[in-house]
Design a protein around this ligand. Structure first.
Ligand SMILES: NC(=O)C1=CN([C@@H]2O[C@H](COP(=O)(O)OP(=O)(O)OC[C@H]3O[C@@H](n4cnc5c(N)ncnc54)[C@H](OP(=O)(O)O)[C@@H]3O)[C@@H](O)[C@H]2O)[C@@H](O)CC1
Ligand SMILES: [K+]
Length: 512
């Protein structure tokens, strides 16, 4: 069994779930949320300890009051900072506040001084999915102060200051070491600033099965999405069974990009990899990867059709490059456009219209600046709502799109979307995108459909980066060319779990 994708609900959908689940829920959902938070807190606290909970003016604050009461019952010294008007709390939060006071608890209008020995845990129950604008004044000061505490910092539902839909810090933002999100994941936990602000993310479903109440608008990426493809190869196969990948790129000065894509494609098991270079004086062999076959870009585009075509790594924006992109768009094969192929696409409305009408799968792999060019807007606008940007490109160009970056977004032409959580900042080095293109190209050439190939390629790319960072014990400086063998390792681990590999020894045919 492979890990299943998890459902993701934007705030509007969480509000719909709320409307379906809250009426009549017994115990009330806020009680369940506070209890889940207290359980997590107890796992972080060893002996009776000093805990600080900052409660806000809405239901997020209510979760904090419930949690406080339960931790106090468990023998911890719980201090609550609460600066809002208790008369204006929403009903459930008002009940939780009253129960806290009835249990002998009190609230302080300011953050109390740090006790001798420090806090054992600070909890952010200030704002959840109801955050409307940047935090300022007292709340901004509280966040700054809480963020300096050298102890576990737990955010309830979502760190205060983080936009739950976009993952953007609207201003000062709680820096959690742990986030316990209620009912389901929200997009903002997983993309842009979310992963930095959230620390370790856990979900407390509060006894609900959200997908039974409301189909999830989006999902995380996990091998369960493409597990039907994760099967050992048939023994009766040969290189022709696994597809030809053609990579077009490598203009003068940028040949390395095409090599990286080609090497990645070869390492993932493409039957054959052909590299069509635009640089007329470039290598005719890659001495470190002699398996690659070199052609000119023109010869490759006019030769026998490959099973998948990758255009863009090191392509440049010359007239010749533009002709290659136009020619590739017209070929009846799965086509992945990356890097300068995307920039050339952005430059021509006619090219975009032709692309959108293609009858064969198209995949686009922009980083935020390339996405901005495709959308004729600024990078800031793309990053302000990565999910919306990826979906707009996918719909407009009728293509499968991955918007790369922290928490890459995959969007389908029909509006479906996923968020990837594998990968790490050591991968922020030149050439990583070329490797991704090569990996996805191989899956396409192997007969995977566009969605499966892109979801798997994106997730695999991140897993390979995580595997390398862990085994090399590095946080920076991952080299793109190191990724190919790591991707091969991770992909084969998906196909053949280690247990199978260990027992699958065979001594040859039995002799009578
Ligand atoms: N969904 C569920 O089923 C469940 C939800 N649960 C919990 O409820 C949470 C959502 O609660 P919520 O809707 O009351 O919103 P919440 O985040 O507490 O804040 C709203 C308040 O903040 C205020 N405000 C906003 N921005 C502000 C700013 N910048 N600076 C200052 N004030 C600002 C805003 O005031 P206003 O904008 O009206 O001025 C309003 O008073 C959710 O995240 C989860 O923790 C759980 O109990 C389990 C079940
Ligand atoms: K919070």
């Amino acid at each position: 069994m492979h890990a299943a994708p998890l459902p993701i609900y934007p705030v509007s959908a969480i509000r719909d779930l709320e409307a379906l689940a809250i009426p009549g829920a017994m115990p009330p959902l806020m009680e369940r949320a506070g209890e889940a938070a207290a359980t997590l807190a107890l796992s972080l606290l060893k002996t009776p300890a000093a805990v600080l909970i900052a409660c806000g003016p809405g239901n997020n604050g209510g979760d904090g009051f419930v949690m406080a009461r339960l931790l106090r019952d468990a023998g911890h010294a719980v201090h609550i900072a609460f600066a809002a008007d208790p008369e204006r709390l929403p009903a459930d939060a008002a009940s939780a506040h009253a129960a806290w006071l009835a249990a002998g608890g009190e609230t302080l209008p300011e953050l109390p001084p740090t006790p001798p020995g420090g806090w054992a845990l600070v909890v952010d129950a200030l704002f959840g999915i109801g955050l409307q604008r940047p935090l300022e004044g007292r709340y901004a000061e509280w966040i700054d102060s809480l963020n300096t505490q050298p102890c576990p910092r737990l955010a309830l539902d979502i760190p205060s200051g983080l936009d739950a839909d976009t993952g953007r810090c609207l201003g000062p933002c709680f820096a959690a070491t742990h986030t316990l999100s209620f009912i389901a994941l929200k997009p903002g936990l997983l993309t842009l600033d979310g992963p930095d602000q959230c620390g370790l993310v856990q979900v407390a479903a509060l006894g609900l099965d959200p997908q039974a109440l409301l189909p999830a608008p989006g999902h995380s990426i996990a091998p369960g999405l493409f597990e039907t493809r994760l099967r050992p190869r048939r023994r009766n196969s040969h290189k022709g069974s696994h597809g030809d990948v053609a990579v077009i790129g490598g203009a003068p000065g940028m040949v390395g990009a095409a090599l990286l894509a080609g090497r990645a494609a070869a390492s993932l098991g493409a039957g054959r990899v052909l590299v069509g270079l635009l640089d007329p004086s470039a290598l005719s062999v890659d001495p470190l990867r002699p398996e690659l076959m070199f052609r000119t870009a023109t010869a490759l585009l006019e030769g026998p059709l490959p099973n998948a075509l990758v255009v863009g790594p090191g392509l440049g924006q010359s007239d010749n490059a533009g002709r290659c992109v136009d020619q590739a768009i017209g070929l009846p094969v799965p086509l992945l456009l990356d890097a300068d192929a995307l920039n050339l696409l952005a430059l021509s409305a006619a090219r975009q219209e032709t692309l959108a009408r293609r009858q064969h799968p198209t995949l686009l792999t922009p980083h935020p600046a390339e996405a901005a060019r495709l959308l004729a807007c600024g990078t800031t606008e793309v990053q302000a709502d990565r999910l919306a940007a990826a979906r707009r490109i996918a719909r407009r160009l009728q293509a499968w799109v991955v918007l790369k970056g922290c928490g890459s977004i995959v969007a389908a032409p029909d509006g479906a979307w996923w968020i990837n959580s594998s990968g790490n900042p050591a991968m922020a080095t030149a050439g990583m995108g070329d490797v991704l293109s090569g990996l996805v190209g191989t899956l396409l050439a192997g007969g995977w459909n566009a969605g499966e190939a892109l979801l798997a390629g994106v997730h695999l790319h991140g897993c390979a980066g995580d595997h390398l960072s862990a085994t090399l014990n590095i946080d920076s400086g991952l080299l793109a060319d190191e990724m190919s063998t790591a991707a091969r390792h991770c992909f084969n681990a998906w196909i053949r779990p280690p247990t199978m590999r260990d027992t699958a020894t065979w001594d040859g045919p039995a002799h009578p």
